[in-house]
Design a protein around this ligand. Structure first.
Ligand code: 13P
Length: 256
């Protein structure tokens, strides 16, 4: 059984003071849900306070990006060694980084390898844009992103990964994919690609999330799908009254 995982990607929102307030508001409620892994991904500036606030709970902390080198003259960058002290997860290859900051399949692969080397669990993001979706290129594009991200990894490394399928057209638009649609891409394309490369056992152990306009109203639809192991939540993770119900419903829908 893959443990469901709900992660909140706060993107470039929340000052340190606001981050503290939000975590204080949600902490006890999140802690009360134990069948789901919960991950908060605040901006770098709040990683330290968030890590401190959840340290005696089973809520985990993740960063939103990192550099692939351990250290060096890379002004403005943050290294895996720095993150290791503060968090357990790191989002890699989010479409906003690919779109606006020059992230490529190659840099994603380098970051995935470095994160694993340092014991950070990468949440590797893949997903097609609207034009690709409408042109029927989703399967080949997403399959290609998965192959590139995993290049040179061992089966043992791959089985510990988290992958997030986030169709770009669904991010921040209020227009989520359907559960059936996301389940097909996640099962057939993403798990299918891993199956071809690494075999069934590895493919069955990777946790794969859906992301894109996830809300308390649609989380159960996604979680009731057999191939979907959780969600990467953007906007709704900034509001306790939305994120907590998402986590609760995720636990309820995956209960055997
Ligand atoms: P929204 O939930 O705001 O659509 O964002 C999804 C996302 O990009 C999470 O990484």
């Amino acid at each position: 059984m893959r443990k469901p995982i709900i992660a909140g990607n706060w993107k470039m929102f929340k000052s340190v003071a606001e981050a503290i307030a939000l975590v204080r508001e949600m902490r006890a409620d999140l802690d009360a849900v134990c069948d789901v892994e919960k991950v908060l991904c605040p901006p770098f500036t709040s990683l330290s306070v968030v890590a401190e606030l959840v340290k005696d709970t089973d809520t985990r902390v993740g960063a939103q990006d990192m550099h692939w080198e351990d250290q060096g003259a890379f002004t403005g960058e943050v290294s895996p060694l720095m993150l290791k002290e503060l968090c357990q997860y790191v989002i890699i290859g989010h479409s906003e980084r690919r779109q606006y900051f020059g992230e490529t399949d190659e840099s994603v692969n380098r970051k995935v390898k470095t994160s694993l080397k340092h014991g950070l669990v990468p949440i590797v993001c893949v997903g097609e844009n609207l034009a690709q979706n409408e042109a029927g290129q989703t399967d080949s594009f997403v399959g290609g992103q998965v192959r590139s991200a995993l290049r040179d990894l061992t089966a043992a490394q791959v089985s510990g990964l988290v992958i997030a399928y986030e169709p770009i057209w669904a991010i921040g638009t209020g227009r989520a994919a359907t559960g059936v649609m996301a389940n097909r891409i996640i099962g057939t394309v993403i798990r299918g690609t891993i199956n071809l490369l690494y075999g069934a056992q590895t493919a069955q152990s990777v946790r794969i999330q859906y992301g894109g306009s996830v809300s308390p109203d649609n989380i159960s639809e996604f979680m009731s799908q057999p191939e979907i192991d959780g969600a990467l939540v953007g906007g709704a993770s900034l509001v306790a009254a939305k994120f907590v119900p998402i986590v609760r419903q995720a636990a309820a829908s995956k209960r055997p």
